[in-house]
Every structure is written in structure tokens, then in C-alpha cells.
Design a protein around this ligand. Structure first.
Ligand code: PLP
Length: 476
């Protein structure tokens, strides 16, 4: 793939004219979060309870840091024993390292541990020297975008319709970037349109650095791509020399039978893929640990071929420069067993979270079936094989799930859901003026209460949603 340094740099005075700056609109999810306290007050005034099917956050039951802190303390005690203390001031070496400047790759040990465990889980011999620490997957997206923005060329990103709001927010901060999106069916993006969009973007004069996607537990589309579809997309990406940036927060939040889990793009061709790992869902979001991994080689301006890892590392060193060694060392505790030895797999760690999410998913799907199963000709909902979301579709033409609809859902029924239309890039909405305007994103990851109250709360939320849908659809 070609990553050419542009000779025409964008002139600052032109770019900085306030009138010409295209300001980023506020996303629907942010608007929702901001308006929620007011809506909640209104609903409560009418004696309604608020039912959460909107928030995409990890559940409080799996974000209790107690066991994480215990594991971290055990791991640090182990390091103290193994590393010994410095003769001069009796400070253990690992502590000295944690409070000193580190380098852009962060300490070696967490990368070694991660490469061993993650590599074993996904059948890939990962090179720890290629693991670039990022500030969560969000940091990975930002790193990729800023690396390709650097030469100042007009860029086009290929992505799914709908796609992750955080990707749209970051990629379109660049005023020289365009989004070319690809419509999806139940298996994933349409391969023919994928190729056509790459070609169209090139014809329109853009450099196409990568295709961004979330193949497992797609946020917001609420499903995982089929194995065959992944291969078809990868073949096109290889033919067209476009990287696949695979954002993988829900890889371990998987409900599929182990024998049926589709393999991530990284395992199919690490030389064509940039894999973004985050510790936010399998661990905790606060420490903001993530890694970008790729074995891709790209062409730079003078035809020279360089490791993309080196470009990403250069970009990272100009950005964060020093990783947070404490966060990385704490994250390493997740990769270690009680005696300090390396874990054979991360799946048992995931299982602690999965127990909650699996149950929540069942409550959502069973509740939808109970309330709306007999109206499948009118409604459709995805059954996610991974992740936090199901997409609910009104098949009849007269329901429009715009902001007013969402507000009405809270005011009349106390049900908080997220509209889908905002997740569709502009070009998808130009192709289809109704894109997402008959869909809602239902999330089953979050509720305010825990244990039996969580089950009850979610059961009631799904029931309230089903009844609201029926009322709005004229079903008595
Ligand atoms: C697809 C996707 N990418 C990235 C993120 C953010 O990940 P992180 O917390 O690691 O920044 C999320 C979280 O909601 C997500 O759904």
C-alpha cells in the first residue's frame, strides 16, 4: 500500500479562517447524556421510572476494582520478590521504573506478557516489539488517523454504515478527510460496494489509507461479521492495498460457542491488518490501556517500504512520548496468575464479565421475544454474538426514530434508547434518506443496580420497551 508524503502542504492561513472551519457537530449519544437529567426529572414528575437501554458503559458489577487491585498488589509483591531491591535506597526496581520516564513502547514486561497470552488465544506468534501502547482503543484510532494525516494529503476512510461514533468523531476532525461508507447485511459489509467505494474515493482524488471496522460485536450494528464475509473483505483489501483497521473491544465479550467464534482479521493476515486491543472491557476502562498491533509494511514518499509499526511509533513518540508505566504494569496483573506465572489464556478473565453480560443478553432477547415475538413481520432485532448491543428495526414505514421520537420514549414511557441515524455517515444518508431512521440501538450492558435487582431492572426495562413499541405502533 502507498503512503505518499504530499509535496503540497495545506496553507495555515487558509485553514485557520474561522468561517471556513467545519465545526464538529455534537453526537446524539452526547446530546442524550446531556439531556438525560432533565428528561429523568420530567419522567419522575409524571411518576415514571427511568429504564436504561441506552448507555454503552461496562456494567457496575464488572467494574468493581477490588479484584483488579488485589491482583495488582499480588503481582507487584511478586515483582518485588523477583526483581529484588536496589541496594542504595531499598526501592524495588519495578517501582523505580514505574515512577521514571519510560519510552514510547512502555515497559517490556507487559508487552511480553500480552504477546504471549493474546497470541496464544488467537493462534498468532505476536512480536512484543510491534505492540504499541495506546490510550485505550480511542487512542489507537487517534494514532492511526494522525499518522496518515501527517503528510497533509486529502484522505478518504472506508467504513461501515453504520459505524462507531468515536471513529467518525476523530477521523472527521481532519478537514481534509472524507468518509466512504459501505452498507451492511446480516453477514457484514457488502463486498462489491466495499471495492466500489475504494475505487470511487481514489477517482475522487483521495488517498485511502484504511478501512475501519468493528467485526466482533459491532458497535452500533449489534452483530459480528461472518467468517466467509471476512475473507471476502480481506481479499479485496489485499487486492486494493488498503489496510484493515480492526477495532476489537468486544472480542472476548463473546456469546458464541468457542468452536464457532469467527477469527479476527489480525489472525487471517497480520500484514494487512492493524488490530486495536483495549483493556477497557476485559479489564477496566479507567486505566486506559490498549495496544495497536500490525505487521504491515507500507510505501512512503520515495518508494521506500517501511514497517507501519515504525511510522506509528514515530507518531506516538510525537504525541504521548512516554507511556504510563504504572497503568501498563497494573494491566499486566490481568495476564498473570496468583503465583505470578503467565496465564495460558484471557478467557477465564473474560468469563467473570461474561457471566453478567450473557445473562443480560438473555434477559433482553427473551423479553423482546415475549413482548414482540408474535409481531416479527413488523419488528426485527439482532441477536448479537458478541458485544453490548442489539439493533431494533421497525419494519413499517410510518415510524421515524428521530430525536423527537427518542424524547417521546423517555417522556411517555421512561425508556432511554439511542437512535441509530447518527451512526450512519453522511454518504450513507445521501444514498438512503431513511438510513437508521427506523432503528434503535438497545444496550444490555448497563443498569444502575446489581445482582437480583439488576435482573429485575433489566427485565422491567425490556418489558417497558416492548410495551412502548407496541403503543407507538398502534398494537393494543
Ligand atoms: C467500537 C469501539 N471502539 C472503541 C471504544 C472505546 O474504547 P476505549 O475505552 O478503549 O477507548 C468503544 C467503547 O465503547 C467501542 O465500542
Amino acid at each position: 500500500m502507498a503512503y505518499k508524503q504530499s509535496s503540497s502542504t495545506v496553507t495555515n492561513d487558509k485553514n485557520l479562517k474561522a468561517a471556513e472551519i467545519r465545526l464538529q457537530p455534537v453526537s446524539v449519544t452526547r446530546k442524550m447524556a446531556a439531556s438525560l437529567p432533565g428528561l429523568r426529572a420530567q419522567a419522575e414528575e409524571q411518576g415514571l421510572r427511568i429504564h436504561h437501554l441506552g448507555a454503552g458503559y461496562p456494567h457496575p458489577e464488572v467494574t468493581d476494582p477490588t479484584s483488579f487491585l488485589e491482583a495488582t498488589n499480588r503481582w507487584f509483591a511478586h515483582l518485588r520478590d523477583v526483581d529484588g531491591v536496589n541496594d542504595r535506597d531499598l526501592i524495588p526496581e519495578y517501582l523505580r521504573e514505574m515512577y521514571a520516564y519510560t519510552d514510547t513502547l512502555g515497559p517490556l514486561s507487559p508487552r511480553n506478557s500480552f504477546a504471549t497470552v493474546y497470541g496464544a488465544d488467537w493462534g498468532l506468534a505476536m512480536d512484543p516489539a510491534r505492540l504499541i501502547p495506546t490510550v485505550g482503543a480511542t487512542g489507537g484510532i487517534a494514532l492511526l488517523c494522525s499518522t496518515f494525516e501527517r503528510p497533509g494529503q486529502a484522505l478518504a476512510y472506508i467504513t461501515d454504515a453504520p459505524t462507531y461514533a468515536g471513529f467518525l468523531a476523530r477521523s472527521t476532525l481532519n478537514q481534509n478527510a472524507a468518509i466512504y461508507s459501505v452498507d451492511m447485511d446480516a453477514e457484514g459489509p457488502d463486498p462489491a460496494q466495499f471495492r466500489a467505494q475504494i475505487n470511487q474515493a481514489r477517482e475522487d482524488g483521495y488517498f485511502v489509507p484504511f478501512y475501519y471496522t468493528v467485526p466482533d460485536g459491532h458497535n452500533p450494528a449489534g452483530f459480528s461479521f461472518g467468517a466467509e464475509r471476512r475473507r471476502a473483505l480481506l481479499k479485496i483489501a489485499q487486492d486494493e492495498r488498503v489496510l484493515v483497521v480492526e477495532d476489537a473491544p468486544y472480542l472476548y465479550i463473546s456469546y458464541a460457542d468457542p468452536s464457532e467464534r469467527p477469527m479476527p482479521f489480525m489472525t487471517l493476515d497480520p500484514t494487512q491488518t492493524v488490530h486495536l486491543f483495549t483493556g477497557s472491557k476485559i479489564g477496566l476502562p479507567g486505566p486506559r490501556v490498549g495496544f495497536a498491533y500490525t505487521e504491515a509494511v507500507v510505501e512512503i514518499a520515495d518508494g521506500e517500504m517501511v514497517d507501519l509499526t515504525d511510522l506509528l511509533l514515530t507518531e506516538a513518540s510525537a504525541d504521548v512520548l512516554f507511556q504510563n508505566p504504572h497503568a501498563l504494569r497494573s494491566f499486566e496483573a490481568l495476564l498473570r496468575q496468583d503465583d505470578g506465572s503467565i496465564r495460558p489464556s484471557l478467557w477465564p478473565v473474560a468469563e467473570e464479565k461474561l457471566a453478567i453480560y450473557r445473562e443480560n443478553r438473555r434477559i433482553l432477547l427473551d423479553g423482546l421475544e415475549d413482548e414482540l415475538g408474535q409481531f416479527r413481520d413488523r419488528f426485527h432485532w439482532t441477536e448479537p454474538e458478541a458485544g453490548f448491543f442489539s439493533v431494533f428495526t421497525f419494519k413499517q414505514a410510518d415510524v421515524v426514530t428521530d430525536d423527537a421520537f427518542i424524547q417521546k420514549f423517555v417522556e411517555r414511557y421512561g425508556v432511554v434508547v439511542v437512535p441509530m441515524y447518527d451512526f450512519y455517515p453522511d454518504d450513507a444518508r445521501e444514498r438512503n434518506g431513511r438510513a437508521g431512521l427506523n432503528q434503535l440501538r438497545l444496550s444490555f450492558c448497563f443498569s444502575e443496580s446489581t445482582g437480583p435487582s439488576r435482573r429485575l431492572e433489566l427485565t422491567e426495562a425490556v418489558r417497558a420497551f416492548g410495551q412502548a413499541v407496541k403503543a407507538e405502533s398502534g398494537i393494543s
